[in-house]
Design a protein around this ligand. Structure first.
Ligand SMILES: Cc1ncc(COP(=O)(O)OP(=O)(O)O)c(N)n1
Ligand SMILES: Cc1ncsc1CCOP(=O)(O)O
Ligand SMILES: [Mg+2]
Length: 210
């Protein structure tokens, strides 16, 4: 992963927004408020809409110097020149994605509640490991649950640790204290009454010493 990308902060993930203009406006608000990374994720969207939206997000992210990471689809990330991709257990091989995207790409792997998966992902070329859900998630209510202890012991892997799932500004601090480098959030940011204020609240969780 390119060393110029920051490794701590809020990793905002887009909601399932069908209207591209509205998606851009919602994302711009959180980038302006200081989100560190952005993931484009739109599960119900068609392939064409996902390509359109990913392409539209790319110049916006560039203008804020924020890396754009494409969920599920490393080929789309490669096609639009995104900073990287995020892959879960059903989204293809990490090693193949690394080979195709090259050494500079941010390549994330979902590791759920599983330290073994995280070791394998790093061995295969993942640049970060994501654990969770840590709390009940409004976006993914049946997500497996992970523990703070897993987050702590994953320090040995030597890559950034991402925490996801039901994270709010009120429950985020213990995750950061346990070693989370990035807080990955959908509803807590995009469904907040004031997404810019919510973004700032997440960022403030990193201000306390670990
Ligand atoms: C940062 C981050 N962590 C985990 C996920 C979940 O990926 P996955 O298990 O493939 O589930 P979907 O997001 O594809 O529904 C993620 N997207 N981002
Ligand atoms: C994609 C994903 N994987 C585990 S929980 C989750 C959803 C995160 O969304 P929210 O921040 O709204 O809980
Ligand atoms: Mg996936």
């Amino acid at each position: 992963m390119n060393p110029r990308w920051p490794r701590r902060g809020l990793y905002a993930i887009t909601p399932d927004e069908a209207d591209t203009g509205r998606l851009l406006a919602r994302v711009e608000t959180v980038l302006r408020a200081g989100a560190t990374w952005l993931q484009y994720r739109n599960k119900p969207a068609s392939e064409d809409l996902r390509a359109e939206q990913a392409l539209a997000l790319q110049p916006l992210c560039r203008s804020f110097d924020v890396p754009l990471i494409i969920n599920d689809d490393w080929a789309l990330a490669a096609a639009i020149g995104a900073a990287g991709a995020h892959l879960g257990e059903d989204d293809g091989e990490i090693a193949l994605a690394r080979h195709e995207l090259g050494p500079e790409a941010i390549l994330g792997a979902s590791c759920y509640d599983d330290a073994g998966l995280a070791r394998q992902a790093v061995f295969a070329g993942a640049s970060y490991v994501a654990f969770g859900a840590f709390f009940p998630s409004p976006t993914k209510p049946h997500a497996r649950r992970a523990t703070l202890d897993l987050l702590r012991t994953a320090a040995v892997l030597g890559v950034p640790r991402v925490a996801i799932g039901g994270i709010t500004p009120d429950n985020a601090r213990p995750l950061v204290e346990a070693g989370a480098d990035l807080l990955a959030v959908i509803s807590g940011v995009f469904d907040a009454p004031d997404p810019a204020a919510a973004t700032r609240a997440y960022i403030s969780c990193f201000e306390e010493p670990r």
